[in-house]
Design a protein around this ligand. Structure first.
Ligand code: SAH
Ligand code: SF4
Ligand code: F3S
Length: 441
């Protein structure tokens, strides 16, 4: 149990990889301010939620969590809401949950030490709500990396694309990139810590623009791929609009760049894409896919799809299904459209009944499962290098991942499993729609 004077915090993270990595920076900042991290709300005197607002369900999670634990306020505990719901709802959170003392969006995290000091001095209703004014990125030398084998580096924050359905431009501020020099310095620091895998992050990672004008995104990828000690470089999420051919050329030229690209399409119908303000047609998207398919290495493809966007007809949905069959993705994240505050699509009538959205989603997921079943089966008999991520002793297996980002379960009968972050050669013996089974080679 924490003593009254000891500064302890609990932090729970919702949402995307950017949020997960922001939490690593927030944790580092708190540790540097003399706080100790604990694993339950009950043990902490500061309870923080780093929130996501991408769909309504995600937003509701934080209010449920706050409601579940609000009784702890009487015991002297303080609550803080961080991240995308914080930026979106702002001071309204104090009305809805009066026991919250701190509300801060991601664009204000550099002011956390000052906000924490005010909190400790007994102030309530502290806000950090820098919206689209912010030009700065949040960098800290104190990042407390939570992942033992993958080092995350944010290279660009925010979004200027304003897709009709999406909250991100409002919750994360405008697009702002870090200098290539500072990215490479962090990559070298991560390598020195013993990490061999780096994942470059951005809401639209390939919209990266070096403020020093030294490197394009593809050049930065190549440079990170050449940092001594780095064996795998991943990057997410790529936006089709800024997806240039030199990215494929870089993947071909540097084996450390993983053969996997996540390229969200959202819809196979150009009419819907236009209404979504994605600013590309399905043909234009498929041209990028053809570049990727023409690469020397076989590049694994994954995507995001929204079903039931306002006005999506049966014919539009069939076009999405056709695109799915044509691209043959290895992984698809599909979502039912969710109407979000502040977004342009809010004025469009959310015309597709919930049951119809659910039906389309199921049809899509069923078809995709069959595509993956056949894609994954093609690996049987292949030998490949995997990185160990963990262990599943109950099933006598080691959990690992291929360069293509596929989950590989390696049968492992010996008592001592290889350490997370180590590499091994395996031979694929069986496949499922979402994973491969292997024997050490
Ligand atoms: N910047 C990336 C996407 C980031 S958001 C891109 O533009 O490709 C992650 C995914 O959430 C999106 O690709 C989209 O498929 C989904 N999403 C975003 N807003 C949504 C909404 N209002 N309803 C349902 N899904 C949504
Ligand atoms: Fe959202 Fe579109 Fe920006 Fe992606 S590009 S984060 S979908 S507004
Ligand atoms: Fe969610 Fe914000 Fe990420 S809305 S998906 S946590 S950018």
């Amino acid at each position: 149990m924490a003593t009254a004077t000891e500064k302890t915090f609990y932090l729970e993270t919702f949402g995307c990889q950017m949020n997960a990595h922001d939490s690593e920076k927030v944790i580092g900042t708190l540790l540097n301010q003399g706080y100790r991290q604990v694993q339950t709300e009950e043990e902490a005197n500061l309870i923080l939620y780093n929130t996501c607002s991408i769909r309504d369900k995600a937003e509701q999670k934080v209010f449920h969590r706050l409601n579940d634990y609000k009784a702890l306020y009487k015991a002297g505990k303080r609550f803080g809401v961080l991240g995308c719901v914080a930026q979106q709802e702002g001071e309204k959170i104090f009305e809805r949950a009066p026991y919250v003392s701190l509300v801060s969006g991601s664009a204000s995290y550099r002011k956390l030490p000052e906000m924490l000091a005010r909190l400790e001095a007994g102030e309530g209703r502290i806000t950090g709500l820098d919206d689209r004014q912010t030009e700065e990125t949040f960098e800290t030398e104190f990042t407390a990396r939570q992942n033992p084998y993958r080092g995350y580096i944010t290279i660009i924050e925010g979004c200027d694309k304003f897709c009709a359905y999406c909250v991100v431009p409002y919750t994360r501020g405008k697009e702002r990139s870090r200098t290539s020099g500072s990215v490479l310095e962090e990559a070298r620091r991560i390598a020195d810590l013993g990490y061999t895998e780096i994942q470059l992050l951005g809401q639209n990672v390939n919209s990266y623009r070096d403020p020093d004008g030294k490197m394009s995104f593809a050049e930065l990828l190549a440079a990170v791929g050449q940092v001594p000690g780095i064996r795998r470089v991943r990057f997410t999420t790529s936006h089709p609009r800024d997806f240039t051919r030199d990215i494929v050329e870089a993947i071909d030229a540097y084996p450390t760049l993983c053969d996997h690209v996540h390229l969200p399409v959202q819809s196979g119908s150009s009419r819907v894409l236009k209404a979504m303000a994605r600013e590309y047609s399905s043909d234009w998207y498929l041209e990028r896919i053809s570049w990727l398919k023409a690469a020397r290495r076989q590049i694994s493809l994954s995507t995001d799809i929204i079903v039931g966007f306002p006005g999506e007809t049966d014919e539009d949905f069939i076009q999405t299904m056709n695109l799915l069959a044509q691209v043959e993705y290895d992984c698809v994240f599909a979502f039912k459209y969710s109407a979000r505050p502040n977004t342009p699509a809010l004025v469009m009538i959310d015309s597709i009944p919930e049951a119809e959205k659910a039906k389309r989603l199921q049809v899509l997921l069923d078809r995709q499962r069959e595509i993956q079943r056949s894609n994954y089966a093609k690996h049987i008999g292949q030998t490949m290098e995997v990185m160990v991520e963990g262990q599943n002793p109950a099933r006598a297996q080691v959990a690992a991942r291929s360069s293509q980002n596929k989950s590989v379960n390696v049968n492992w009968a010996k008592p001592i499993a290889p350490a997370p972050g180590s590499y091994m050669q395996v031979r694929i013996t069986a496949s499922h729609p979402n994973s491969l089974v292997a024997e050490p080679a």
